[in-house]
Design a protein around this ligand. Structure first.
Ligand code: ZN
Length: 215
């Protein structure tokens, strides 16, 4: 099963993604991880991608698709969660044809709907563990260990891109780039929306139902 999670930064898709990895053994595919992995392994594709990055350029879509292709081959048929990719309609189309060659497809696209004002509140209070990536919130989910992570003791950080002015810019960018991608999948008939203003447990249950996974 291949699913795509689409949602503005702070819509809670990261939290849900982690739950699916833990409970159902999904592997996550984010472009950042795929790029870092290929570069660290010094694969031909990784080095090719790095040559663009070294020039301060974006990695072109066709290179990114090849990287995604090779990443999927390494997962030996495990279910994949796409996080933050595809970002554009062009990428979504390339992904479709790439998956078709593998005789597979995107099964569901889960869109995390949320009011922008709630997002700003969520993000400005968000703290992330610098070691294990666990996510906390100063109001709704504080760590019992103060500035340290409950799970691993790592220090909690406020990411620079979680500040209000940066958030507003990121939300505008998200609307501009991802709006058409959401419409693309809606037309394709596999877009489902979840109300991600609800508690994470409720959202998780809803997605399990949508994907018809065993609870
Ligand atoms: Zn931690």
């Amino acid at each position: 099963m291949n699913i795509i999670l689409i949602g503005a930064p702070g819509s809670g898709k990261g939290t849900q993604s982690r739950r699916f990895i833990e409970k159902y053994g999904f592997v996550q595919l984010s472009t950042g991880d795929v790029l870092r992995g290929a570069i660290a392994a010094s694969s031909a594709l990784g080095l090719h991608a790095q040559s663009f990055m070294n020039q301060g350029k974006l990695v072109p879509d066709e290179v990114m698709i090849d990287l995604v292709d090779s990443y999927m081959d390494q997962q030996e048929g495990k279910s994949v969660i796409f996080d933050g990719f595809p970002r554009t309609v062009a990428q979504a189309e390339s992904l479709n044809s790439m998956l078709k060659k593998k005789a597979t497809q995107i099964d569901k696209v889960v869109y995390f709907k949320i009011n922008p004002q709630i997002l700003v509140k969520r993000l400005t209070g968000r703290r992330t563990c610098s070691q294990c990536g666990e996510i906390y919130h100063v109001e709704s989910k504080p760590s019992s260990k103060g500035h340290l992570c409950e799970k691993c003791g790592g220090s909690l950080t406020h990411r620079p891109d979680d500040r209000e002015e940066v958030i507003n810019e990121r939300l505008a960018q998200f609307e501009k780039n991802t709006g058409p991608t959401i419409e693309f999948y809606r037309k394709q008939g596999n877009l489902v929306e979840v109300d991600s203003e609800q508690e994470p447990d409720v959202v998780f249950e809803q997605i399990i139902k949508i994907l018809a996974l065993a609870n």
